[in-house]
Write a protein that binds this ligand. Structure first.
Ligand SMILES: Cc1cc2nc3c(=O)[nH]c(=O)nc-3n(C[C@H](O)[C@H](O)[C@H](O)COP(=O)(O)OP(=O)(O)OC[C@H]3O[C@@H](n4cnc5c(N)ncnc54)[C@H](O)[C@@H]3O)c2cc1C
Ligand SMILES: *[C@@H]1O[C@H](CO)[C@@H](O)[C@H](O)[C@H]1NC(C)=O
Ligand SMILES: *[C@@H]1O[C@H](CO)[C@@H](O)[C@H](O)[C@H]1NC(C)=O
Ligand SMILES: *[C@@H]1O[C@H](CO)[C@@H](O)[C@H](O)[C@H]1NC(C)=O
Ligand SMILES: *[C@@H]1O[C@H](CO)[C@@H](O)[C@H](O)[C@H]1NC(C)=O
Ligand SMILES: *[C@@H]1O[C@H](CO)[C@@H](O)[C@H](O)[C@H]1NC(C)=O
Length: 567
C-alpha cells in the first residue's frame, strides 16, 4: 500500500503541467531518503538548541533499557510517562499496527519496533528552540509531531519517522487581574505555557482565588490539544467551553514566526485555534484564559448497580428524563457506565459538580432522580458520597491512569433527544451493552453557557451548542490478544457501536474531535461541521506546505495515514 503512494504522486507530477525537474515533494524525508539530514547535520542542529535534541524510543524500550525497569505504578502513571519523550499515555498509539509487517514494542515483549514513535524529540524550553525546530523540519522536509501531555485519544501527538516538538517543559503560569487585548481590558486571566497540566492550573488557581474552565484530568494540557479541540468541563454549563474562554495565544507557525493571536491580531488564526482541531496550526507556546473568582461547591459521587442490561436500560431512560435537573444551578458532571465482564451486572457512576451548592442543597437537587432510581426493579445504590470544598480542590486529581491500550468514539447528543425521546436512551444503552460494550462514558458538559455562547465566532462545531451530552464508547484490550482481535477492538466503534449510537444523535451529528474515533468516515463534517471550508483556507494561509498534519485534522485528507506521503 505504502510504496504505491509516492509513485502515484510522482506520476501526477509527470502527467501534470508542473515542472518535474523540480518535482513536487511527494513524501517527507525519512532515514534513507536522499534529502534526510546526515548525522553531522543533526549534531549541528542539536548545538543550536542547547543540546535539547534526544533520540525518542517507545516507552516499553525506555523501561527495558532503564536500570531496574519501570514499576507497574510508573508504567501506569501519566506523570511518569510525561518524562519519557517517546511515550504516549495510552501505549497503543506508540504501536505501528498498520505497518507491513507490524512494528510493535510491547512491555514484556522480546522484540521492539519503533512503530509510531518519533525518531527524535526536541525537548523545547524556549520560543527560540521551537523556532529552530520548525525551521529545521521545514528545511529538511521532515514529518513533524507536536506533543504536550501525550494524552491524545486519537494518537495525534505522535507520528512515525518524525521529529517531535515536545512542549511539556513549557510550564509557566501567571495570573493577572487585567488582561489587555489591544486596548481592551478583558478582565482577569491566566497565561499558561503549553506544558501546564490541569492539576497545576487548579492548584495555582486556588492560591490566587481563581478558577478556569478545565478538564477532569490531572495532566491534560489546557493550552495544548484541549483548547484547540473545544475543551469541555464540568464547569462548561456555567462558564462555556475552554475555547470560549481563551483570550489569546502565542504560537510559532510554519514560517518559524512567533505570532500573537487574538480577536484583533491574526484573528483568522484565533478563529481556527478555538475548536478547529488540535495540532494543525503551529506550535502553541502559551494561551491566556479568562479566570473567575473561585467558589465552594459539592461533588456528589454516586454509584448505582444494575443486575442486568434490562435494568440498566430502565435506569438510563430514567437518568435521561432527569438530565435537566442540574440546569437551574448550571452544574455539570459525568455518568459513567461500566459492565462487569464476568457477570451480567453493570454500574452507573454519577459524578456531579454542584456549583455553589451545599451538601443539603445538592442532595435535594439529585433526590428526584435517586428516589425514582431506587424504586426501579433490580437497581440499588451501591455507594454515595457528597464532598463540599473549594471547586479547585474538587476538580484536582493527582495523576491520570495510563499505559493501557485504549481507543474510543463519540457523539454529541442533542438536548432535543433528551427532551423528546428519553426512552431512546435506554433502548440504545441496552443495545450497546448487549453488543458487548464495556464502558459508556457520559459527559454532562453542554447546555447552559455552552448553548448561550452559540454567537461566538469560533471554529467550535455548532453541534456543541445544541448538545446536552457528549457520549464516548471506549474500547480496551491487552497486548496478549492476537493482532486480528486487536484490529477488531480498534474498529469496534465504527463497525458495531456507532450504528447503535446514531439512533440517539441522529445520522449526521457532530462528534468532539478530541475524544473521538480516528476511523470516522467523514471526519471533516463530523468534527468540524460547516466550518471545514473556512478552516481549510486558514490552514493554507498559515501552513501552506502542510508541516503540521495530524490524523483527522484539517488538510489531512491530502496525506496518507502516517502523514508521510501525499495521496
Ligand atoms: C484522562 C483524560 C481526561 C480527559 N478529560 C477531558 C475533559 O474533561 N475535557 C476535554 O475537553 N477533554 C478531555 N480529554 C481529552 C483531551 O482534551 C485530549 O486528549 C487532548 O487532545 C489533550 O491535549 P494535550 O495537549 O494534553 O495532549 P497531547 O497528546 O500532547 O496533544 C493532543 C493534540 O494537541 C496537539 N498539541 C499538543 N501540544 C501542542 C502545542 N504546544 N501546540 C500545538 N499543538 C499541540 C498535538 O499535536 C495533538 O494533536 C481527556 C483525556 C484524558 C486522557
Ligand atoms: C544533543 O546534545 C546533548 C548535549 O550535548 C547530548 O547529550 C545529546 O545526546 C545530543 N542529542 C543527540 C540526538 O545526539
Ligand atoms: C509485564 O511485566 C511487569 C513487571 O515486569 C508485570 O507486572 C506485568 O504484569 C507484565 N505484563 C504486562 C502486560 O505488562
Ligand atoms: C468555602 O467554605 C469555607 C468553609 O465554610 C469558607 O471558609 C470559605 O470562605 C468558602 N470560600 C468561598 C470562596 O466561598
Ligand atoms: C457563587 O455564589 C456567589 C455568592 O452568591 C456568587 O457571587 C458567584 O457568582 C456564584 N458563582 C457561580 C459560579 O455561580
Ligand atoms: C430482576 O433480576 C432478576 C434476576 O436477575 C430477574 O429474574 C428479573 O427478571 C429482573 N426483573 C426485572 C424487572 O428486570
Amino acid at each position: 500500500m505504502r510504496s504505491t503512494v509516492p509513485s502515484a504522486a510522482l506520476l501526477l507530477c509527470i502527467l501534470s503541467r508542473q515542472s518535474c525537474a523540480e518535482p513536487r515533494r511527494a513524501c517527507r524525508n525519512v532515514p534513507g531518503s536522499p534529502g534526510y539530514p546526515q548525522a553531522a547535520t543533526w549534531n549541528a542542529f542539536n548545538a543550536t538548541i542547547s543540546g535539547r535534541l534526544v533520540s525518542a524510543v517507545p516507552s516499553a524500550k525506555f523501561c527495558a533499557d532503564r536500570l531496574g525497569g519501570c514499576t507497574d505504578a510508573e508504567w501506569s502513571s501519566a506523570l511518569f510517562r510525561n518524562t519519557i519523550p517517546g511515550a504516549m499515555i495510552s501505549v497503543n498509539w506508540e504501536q505501528g499496527y498498520d505497518f507491513s509487517p507490524p512494528s510493535l514494542c510491547y512491555r514484556n515483549g522480546t522484540t521492539c519496533g519503533q512503530g509510531d514513535v518519533p525518531l527524535y524529540s526536541v525537548e523545547v524550553q524556549t520560543v527560540t528552540d521551537i523556532q529552530a525546530a520548525v525551521k529545521f523540519a521545514s528545511r529538511h522536509n521532515l514529518r513533524v509531531a507536536i506533543k504536550s501531555s501525550g494524552h491524545d485519544s486519537s494518537g495525534r501527538s505522535t507520528a512515525p519517522q518524525s521529529l517531535l516538538i515536545h512542549t511539556n517543559k513549557l510550564s509557566s503560569i501567571s495570573f493577572t487581574d487585567e488582561f489587555f487585548v489591544g486596548t481592551h481590558n478583558m478582565g482577569a486571566a491566566v497565561t499558561v505555557g503549553s506544558g501546564v497540566h490541569m492539576n497545576d492550573l487548579y492548584q495555582q488557581g486556588k492560591a490566587n482565588g481563581r478558577i478556569t474552565v478545565g478538564a477532569t484530568a490531572a495532566t491534560v494540557c489546557a493550552a495544548g490539544g484541549y483548547v484547540q479541540g473545544a475543551g469541555h468541563s464540568a464547569l462548561a454549563p456555567a462558564f462555556g467551553l475552554g475555547a470560549d474562554n481563551v483570550l489569546e495565544f502565542h504560537i510559532v507557525v510554519a514560517s518559524g514566526e512567533l505570532l500573537q493571536v487574538n480577536s484583533v491580531s491574526n484573528s483568522d488564526l484565533f478563529y481556527a485555534l478555538r475548536g478547529g482541531g488540535a495540532g494543525s496550526w503551529g506550535v502553541i507556546v502559551s494561551a491566556s484564559f479568562r479566570t473567575f473568582p473561585t467558589f465552594n461547591s459539592t461533588r456528589a459521587l454516586i454509584t448505582l448497580s444494575a443486575t442486568d442490561n434490562t435494568a440498566m436500560a430502565a435506569l438510563a431512560t430514567l437518568h435521561a428524563k432527569h438530565i435537566f435537573d442540574l440546569d437551574a444551578t448550571r452544574s455539570g458532571g459525568y455518568f459513567y457506565l461500566h459492565r462487569d465482564p464476568t457477570t451480567t451486572a453493570s454500574s452507573m457512576t454519577l459524578e456531579s459538580f454542584l456549583i455553589n451548592q451545599t451538601v443539603a442543597q445538592s442532595e435535594a437537587i439529585l433526590a428526584p432522580f435517586l428516589t425514582a432510581a431506587q424504586a426501579l426493579p433490580n437497581i440499588t445504590i451501591a455507594s454515595s458520597t457528597y464532598t463540599s470544598a473549594l471547586i479547585n480542590d474538587l476538580l484536582f486529581i493527582a495523576d491520570d491512569n495510563g499505559g493501557n491500550n485504549l481507543v474510543g468514539g463519540s457523539r454529541l447528543i442533542p438536548a432535543a433527544t433528551y427532551r423528546n425521546s428519553p426512552e431512546t436512551v435506554g433502548k440504545v444503552y441496552q443495545q450497546l451493552l448487549d453488543s458487548g460494550a464495556q464502558a459508556i462514558l457520559g459527559n454532562l458538559v453542554a447546555g447552559g453557557q455552552v448553548a448561550d455562547n452559540a454567537h461566538i465566532d469560533s471554529a467550535v462545531t455548532p453541534a456543541w451548542r445544541t448538545a446536552k451530552t457528549h457520549i464516548i464508547l471506549s474500547n480496551q484490550w491487552l497486548d496478549s490478544i492476537p493482532l486480528d482481535q486487536i484490529d477488531a477492538a480498534r474498529s469496534r466503534f465504527k463497525r458495531i457501536q456507532l450504528p447503535i449510537l446514531e439512533q440517539l444523535s441522529g445520522p449526521n451529528a457532530g462528534s468532539y474531535s478530541n475524544e473521538a474515533d480516528v476511523m470516522e468516515a467523514d471526519f471533516q463534517t463530523t468534527f468540524y461541521g460547516p466550518n471545514y471550508r473556512k478552516l481549510s483556507a486558514i490552514k493554507s494561509k498559515y501552513d501552506p506546505n502542510d508541516l503540521f498534519i495530524v490524523t483527522t485534522g484539517v488538510g489531512s485528507e491530502r496525506w496518507d495515514e502516517w502523514g508521510l506521503c501525499l495521496v
